[in-house]
Design a protein around this ligand. Structure first.
Ligand code: DLZ
Length: 169
């Protein structure tokens, strides 16, 4: 489960499909903004590097990770958007808040994805400390925003290729 042995920005081992024409929504939680802004920047940079055009990247903001699901739903309702990336950072605290938020977002992202039949990507860090978050937001373990962007491209292209195959069958 841990990312300690995997750099989140290393994609040399995978084939990234062409991304031109894919329209991507990004929902960013403003809680722990120094981390989520770095994740957002990583995601946008990677999308552009893979061929997504700037006008095909739509970024919206929600107060905290708990609200990511609703933000994702709003973007999924836009028929022009192919895939949505949820970006957040929930840091373990002394209360059970962490568990409630993480469970809600993980379940919410899955539900929205299935309800709208669109890939909704879990670009949410759930570290014990701020330092662990920074290590995964452009630090020594790479940037989870990069990983989320590549996942969004792969899943959007998977949907397109399966649809095309079904139409030609
Ligand atoms: C309240 C709260 C707490 C304690 N911690 C975090 C956090 O670490 N990361 C995060 O994204 N949001 C946190 N929030 C805010 C909740 O996600 C939510 O915005 C509020 O509970 C209001 O619904």
């Amino acid at each position: 489960m841990s990312t300690a042995h995997k750099n989140l920005s290393d994609f040399n081992h995978t084939n990234i499909p062409p991304a031109a024409g894919i329209r991507v929504g990004i929902v960013v939680a403003e809680w722990n903004v120094e981390v989520t802004a770095a994740l957002r920047d990583g995601a946008v940079k990677t999308l552009l590097a893979c061929g997504v055009t700037e006008s095909d990247i739509i970024v919206v903001y929600v107060p905290g990770s708990f609200e990511l699901t609703y933000g994702a739903q709003l973007l999924c309702e836009d028929k022009t958007i192919d895939t949505v990336i949820c970006i957040g950072c929930v840091i373990q605290g002394e209360t059970k808040h962490f568990d409630f938020i993480c469970d809600a977002v993980a379940n919410g992202v899955t539900n929205v994805s299935l309800k709208y039949n669109k890939p909704v990507i879990f670009g949410v860090l759930t570290p014990n400390t701020l330092e662990q978050a920074q290590d995964r937001a452009g630090g020594k373990h790479g940037n989870k925003g990069d990983e989320a962007a590549v996942t969004a491209i792969k899943m959007a292209q998977l949907k397109k290729s399966v649809k095309t195959r079904m139409m030609n069958a």
